[in-house]
Design a protein around this ligand. Structure first.
Ligand SMILES: [Zn+2]
Length: 294
């Protein structure tokens, strides 16, 4: 089953709904970053949360979900957009607490930290809002983030369900929000079903997205958009060069004098970029011209 992002409405109840399935993406990310089981579990949850937040973005704007903590994981970062593109990284990939994944995730997060979300609003504006970690359960702290930061009544859950020895068998998230004229009782009922474990139970049964949404939100779901979710990175040679430029002319000259090349590994996708001697000279010359004219 390929990873999908579904958006739609429950017109009768005045709710909007998003469902994301990101199992392939989470397993790919685990391989890419060499994640041990507990790091992989937390990153799978965070990718799901990021994809849900991305789906709520207006077109073009990106959203970043960031978690900082004093436990062994140290932190993680997810970058997502409206079109189902997600990417990210974990500070400490090699964290594993055997046994119950939820208990392991708590141990990996430690005893203090925060969850923050940065939204691009268009025309260079952005909005950041954060909550302290209280439950050290990522889905629950994400619910607390919505309650504290969004003016909209929200019901959500994120689930990672093992399948046939694969700990990241099914990874999915569901989010419902009450529209301005929406029904309070309907969002309350959805919240109660999610807290009762409706999402992991439906995933374990292999239910399709539409069935899961109707099980959580009631009958009458209308699908508005159904698209692909994938781990995609926008890095490039040009971005690697601009990262080198950020060292300034002195910094670039120092690299030229010592290593003669700059090697940059993208923290999101592990792609490796080599900025060679000729390119470094070119960057240094341009920075020099800019300094002379500025
Ligand atoms: Zn990259």
């Amino acid at each position: 089953m390929s990873d999908r992002l579904c958006r739609g409405l429950f017109p009768e109840h005045g709710l909007r709904a998003v469902f994301v399935r990101v199992g392939d993406t989470a397993r790919m990310a685990r391989m890419l970053h060499g994640l041990y089981p507990t790091s992989a579990h937390l990153f799978a949850q965070a990718l799901t949360g990021g994809a849900l937040l991305g789906a709520l973005q207006k077109e073009k704007g990106r959203v970043n979900l960031q978690l900082e903590c004093d436990g062994p994981l140290s932190g993680l970062f997810v970058d997502a957009d409206h079109d189902g593109n997600v990417r990210g990284y974990v500070r400490r990939p090699a964290v594993n607490f055997p046994g119950d994944p939820a208990r392991g995730a708590r141990a990996a997060l430690g005893g203090s930290g925060f969850l923050s979300v940065l939204r691009q609003l268009g025309d260079g504006q952005h909005y950041r809002s954060a909550v302290e970690l209280v439950t050290f359960d990522l889905p629950e702290d994400l619910r607390r983030w919505f309650a504290a930061s969004e003016q909209v009544e929200t019901a959500l859950d994120v689930a990672v369900v093992p399948r046939e020895g694969e700990p990241l068998g099914e990874v999915a998230g569901v989010l419902l929000q009450r529209l301005p004229d929406g029904d309070d009782a309907a969002i309350e009922a959805a919240r109660a079903r999610l807290l009762g474990g409706a999402l992991p139970a439906a995933l374990a049964r292999g239910a399709p997205a539409q069935d899961i949404l109707e099980e959580v939100g009631g009958q009458g779901f209308e699908l508005l958009a159904d698209g692909e979710v994938a781990y995609r990175c926008g890095c490039s040679d040009a971005r690697a060069r601009s990262a080198v430029s950020a060292l300034g002319r002195e910094g670039v000259l120092e690299v030229l004098a010592t290593e003669k090349q700059a090697v940059i590994t993208c923290e999101f996708c592990r792609s490796r970029y080599v900025v060679d001697e000729a390119a470094l000279r070119d960057i240094a010359r341009r920075l020099g011209e800019r300094e002379a004219s500025g």
